[in-house]
Ligand binder design. Structure first.
Ligand SMILES: C[S@@+](CC[C@H](N)C(=O)[O-])C[C@H]1O[C@@H](n2cnc3c(N)ncnc32)[C@H](O)[C@@H]1O
Length: 241
């Protein structure tokens, strides 16, 4: 799948990510979000994983944490503005590189140990997700995994998202900001784009079928990556040749 900004459904989402947006209710929320997903991902990389791609990585504030638990960390995002910031930030880091999605597809087949795709597939049309996973699968080494997090099940509502955010805010002590932020989100571009284009949802069965069709052993993990346990994470693993 080649990515072009400003075309059809999912790509309007990509324009959103490429622009000047904020999906966080406060700086505390932004920092805790990244800490939480960083910690959750690291648990899945232990004891250490070789080459890891964080695909659709966004700001990736936990990149340095992840990089301490793998041989090489490749950050990749479809939004050029996101990649530019990441390249500036990590230019001196010995084992972190930033690649455009097309450059990821040029990596050697069989060379990648783990591909993390967290909170991304809801912004893609199903046929684009299928094309993406078909393109990424050949990159996997034997026993390599694609870890797909934050999948929204079909019965998950915006209200459930709001509830999960409030629960997280309660735990992390940014409750007032969360309530103000929820009102702001209601008036934001995010909500308007979400109302217009929607988010792509998958049942656990659909995800398992998708993995099986790629020849990958697929299972839902007990916990989702991140704070929203109403959403789901799946690990898709390649068997040895
Ligand atoms: C909700 S953010 C998730 C960021 C990060 N993975 C996290 O969990 O915080 C979605 C990210 O996916 C990127 N993205 C969306 N569609 C993409 C695509 N087709 N290819 C690569 N990146 C994409 C966006 O630019 C955005 O940075």
């Amino acid at each position: 799948m080649r990515i072009v900004l400003g075309e059809k459904n999912a790509l309007n989402w990509l324009d959103f990510w490429n622009g000047n947006h904020s999906i966080y209710v406060s700086e505390t929320h932004r920092l805790r979000h990244h800490e939480r997903i960083g910690e959750d991902i690291v648990k899945r990389l232990l004891p250490e994983t070789g080459i890891v791609i964080d695909y659709g990585c966004g700001e990736a504030l936990s990149a340095q944490l992840l990089a301490r638990h793998c041989g090489r960390l490749i950050l990749s995002d479809g939004a050029p503005s996101v990649r530019d910031k990441l390249s500036d930030l990590h230019q001196g880091a010995p084992n972190i590189s930033v690649l455009a999605p097309d450059e990821v597809l040029d990596l050697d087949e069989g060379s990648v140990d783990c591909i993390i795709i967290n909170s991304v597939l809801q912004y893609l049309a199903p046929e684009d997700t299928q094309a993406l996973l078909q393109d990424l699968t050949p990159l996997l080494a034997d026993h390599g995994r694609i870890i797909i997090g934050d999948i929204i099940p079909p019965d998950h509502t915006m209200l459930a998202d709001a509830g999960a955010l409030l629960h997280f805010a309660w735990q992390e002590q940014f409750m007032t900001d969360a309530m103000i932020g929820l009102m702001r989100t209601f008036l934001s571009d995010y909500r308007k784009i979400r109302a217009t284009y929607g988010l792509t949802c998958y049942s656990a069965h659909e995800m398992e079928t998708m993995g099986a069709n790629l020849g990958l052993k697929t299972q839902r993990t007990a916990l989702n990556i991140g704070h929203d346990q109403g959403r789901m994470t799946f690990e898709m693993q390649k068997s040895a040749a």
